[in-house]
Design a protein around this ligand. Sequence first.
Ligand code: ADP
Ligand code: MG
Length: 241
Amino acid sequence: MDESILSISGISKRFGGLAALHDVSFDLQAGQIMGLMGPNGAGKTTLVNVVCGFYKPDSGTIRFEGRDITGLPAHKICRLGIARTYQIPQPFGDLTALQNVAVAAMYGRGIGKSAAENAAPDVLRTTDLSDKKDVLARDMSTITLKRLEVARALASHPTLLLVDEPAAGLTEAELPRMLEILESIRQTGTTILLIEHVMKVMREAVDTILVMHQGETLVSGRPDEVMNDTKVVECYLGEYA
Ligand SMILES: Nc1ncnc2c1ncn2[C@@H]1O[C@H](COP(=O)(O)OP(=O)(O)O)[C@@H](O)[C@H]1O
Ligand SMILES: [Mg+2]
C-alpha cells in the first residue's frame, strides 16, 4: 500500500529568468516529520507556496492523499487539510492569541465564530500558549509569535502541516520546547514538513531529510545518511553545523 500523503513529481517554478524550483520530486510518508533543508535561496519557501496553492507551478504534479491538487486555489487546498506557517509570522497584531486562532479556525475549517472560539483553547494548549490567550499579538515576544504562528496553522485541523523555519529568531535555549511542540503535533497524527536550515533542529527532530540546493533536490534519506553524504558535507555542513 502506498502511504504517501504528499507526492511531488517534477515540479518547476520560475520567477522571470530564475528557476526557483527545477524538476523537484519527492514523497512524504503519512505520520512522519520530514526535514526540508538547504541554504537561503534554495527554494524551500517557494516549494511551500506551490504546495499550498499560493503559486501555481509551471510544470509537474502535486498529489495529496492520492488526489491531484496541482493548481487548486489556496483556500481549497487549506480545506483539504494542508496548512502552513510563515517564516515571518503573520498574525493580526490587534487581536489576542485566542482571537487569532479562532479567526484561523473560521477561515480554515469554515466554522462559525462561537465554534471557533470554543475550539481555540485546545490549540493554545498544544502550542503552550494558554497563559497568553488574552495577549495581543503585537505585544508578543519572538518565541510567542513563533508558537502563535504554529497555532494559527493548527487551527484548521490539518493532516499535513508545513512549518517554515520555526527556529529562525529563537535562541538555542528556546529551541527544545518548539521541537517538543512539533513532536506532540505529529503524535496526534499530523504529518509535518519542517523547513529549516539550523542543523541541530534537523538532527533532533526529523525522520527523513531532503536537501535542496539552487532549486533542485540534492539528496534525501535518513538524517545520519544525509549528514554524512559527501555532497551535503561539501556544500553545507561547514556553513551550518
Ligand atoms: N515572488 C518571488 N519573485 C521573484 N523571485 C522570488 C520570489 N520568491 C522567491 N524568489 C526567489 O526564488 C529563490 C528561492 O527563494 P525561496 O524559495 O524563498 O528560498 P528559501 O526559502 O530556500 O530561502 C530565491 O532566489 C528568491 O529570491
Ligand atoms: Mg525561506
